[in-house]
Design a protein. Structure first.
Length: 455
């Protein structure tokens, strides 16, 4: 008997004995560490993915290198203990599974509309093989209302089963950051849980309560739980936009943004964030569009959310304008200057470049025929050249040689370890160092001009 169909006593025993199997759909950068979290909690796991090479690798007990602590050893250990296997087959996974966890990314198309087709197609396939008693948990961040209004009907139609009676369904968003996923789930944050019915909420909560140290926050519905993740993303995007806008204003009125920010943040009500070259990653650039779609469906709009997005998406061009301006100030021609960008990844020490501002900066610079070079220690030369058409070198010192402008875009540890004195010895004299991450404390010299967003 599957978990959702068990009576309360049997469900409690199954949880206590870890006598349950979890099928995790999506063995990517979030799915793999989430699967390992379940394994560490003592459950058996079936990993499901459409990538045949990945499935073969996982079935050898080998996890791809995703720079996520605990993942490689977790998969190897569970495989050796016969607690984990991977498959391409939804049917095979569902026969074994009691609980089904979905963690596949939802992105937006060129018109900024959420692309739900991969998820809805998966739900149709799951529905065809759904067994009475299955409990389905969506961890993928979704437009508000998707679980109840879109996914539930698909599952019912394709299975012939009734949600809330024959199977459970709910939403419990991953609340994690790359590089610390397992710790975030187990130790750092409570789990948000909302079912499409009370029984689903209760069973999902009981499951996560067995290993999430901060406990579970039960929401009144799956839709309310979806709003938690989307609202948080929009809130973050708007606060970054405020910082970026204030930094650009500071430049115009000739005040030091960081001096002002430190003073503002010296009281509890002050919490101005750091400005930057833009916003990247799977989450913050995407979730505002989920909410905008939700409210457009209701015939309303939000100029505030739209304006925040416009500010953040305009920051790569602002960086390009600063490069042009500063090169002109040292009598350098843009087309003849060597411009070195440090960091493709959108965040320090995380190998992820989706929606990275660096990509737009490169495109905008190349439109001006600039001589652009790119370095990122997390990527090989071949990977960088595949992602975007740009000149690159893996050797940091070699790529910095004879540079006229160096732009720090990702605060990788490697970049924090190189001194400006080393850089001075490699670059042309004078040169521009544009620090978009505000990690440099040194002042400008005759050989180098330090430039920051907001100054």
């Amino acid at each position: 008997m599957k978990f959702f169909a068990m009576n309360s006593d049997d469900a409690a025993k199954a949880l206590a004995n870890r006598d349950l199997t979890i099928a995790v759909f999506g063995m990517g950068k979030m799915g793999l560490p989430i699967a390992v979290t379940f394994l560490e909690a003592g459950y058996s796991v079936v990993g499901v993915d459409i990538n045949k090479e990945l499935v073969v690798l996982l079935n050898q007990g080998v996890a791809p290198v995703i720079r996520e602590p605990g993942v490689e050893e977790g998969i190897r250990k569970a495989f050796n203990e016969k607690k984990f296997f991977a498959t391409l087959s939804t049917e095979e996974a569902l026969v074994s599974a009691d609980i089904i966890v979905i963690i596949i990314p939802i992105i937006v198309d060129d018109n900024k509309q959420p692309k739900l087709e991969p998820l809805t197609n998966l739900m149709k396939e799951i529905g065809k093989h759904l067994i009475k008693g299955h409990l389905i948990i969506q961890e993928t961040t979704l437009p508000i209302g998707t679980t109840e209004r879109v996914l539930k009907p698909i599952l019912e139609e394709n299975s012939g089963l009734i949600c809330g009676k024959d199977f459970g369904l709910g939403f419990s968003p991953e609340r994690t950051y790359s590089g610390r996923v397992i710790a975030d789930i187990i130790t750092n944050y409570p789990k948000i849980v909302g079912g499409v019915d009370d029984q689903s909420t209760e069973r999902i909560s009981l499951f996560y309560d067995t290993f999430v140290e901060k406990g579970v926050i039960k929401m009144s519905s799956a839709t309310t739980a979806e709003a938690v993740k989307v609202f948080k993303g929009v809130y973050r995007d708007l606060n970054i936009a405020i910082a970026n806008e204030l930094a650009r204003i500071a430049e115009k009125i000739d005040v030091n943004f960081y001096e002002v920010r430190d003073a503002v943040n010296s009281e509890p009500a002050g919490n101005i964030l750091m400005p930057g070259a833009g916003v990247g990653g799977h989450c913050i650039p995407v979730y505002p569009h989920f909410l905008l779609q939700n409210i457009r469906d209701l015939g309303i709009d939000s100029e505030f959310i739209v304006s925040g997005r416009k500010v953040n998406t305009s920051m790569p061009q602002h960086v390009v304008e600063k490069i042009k301006e500063e090169l002109l100030n040292i009598s350098r021609d843009l087309e003849k200057s060597k411009i070195v960008l440090l960091g493709l990844a959108y965040r320090g020490n995380v190998k992820e470049h989706r929606y990275s501002p660096t990509i737009d900066i490169i495109k905008n610079l190349k439109n001006t025929n600039a001589n652009v070079w790119l370095h990122d220690p997390l990527y090989t030369k071949e990977e960088l050249e595949t992602i975007i058409d740009v000149k690159t070198e893996e050797d940091l010192h070699l790529i910095l040689k004879n540079a006229d402008c160096v732009v720090l875009l990702a605060d990788h540890s490697v970049y924090k370890s190189i001194t400006l004195q080393e850089m001075d010895s490699l670059t042309n004299t004078p040169y521009i160092f544009l620090d978009t991450r505000n990690i440099v404390t040194e002042k400008s010299t005759e050989n180098r001009k330090i430039v920051k967003i907001g100054i």
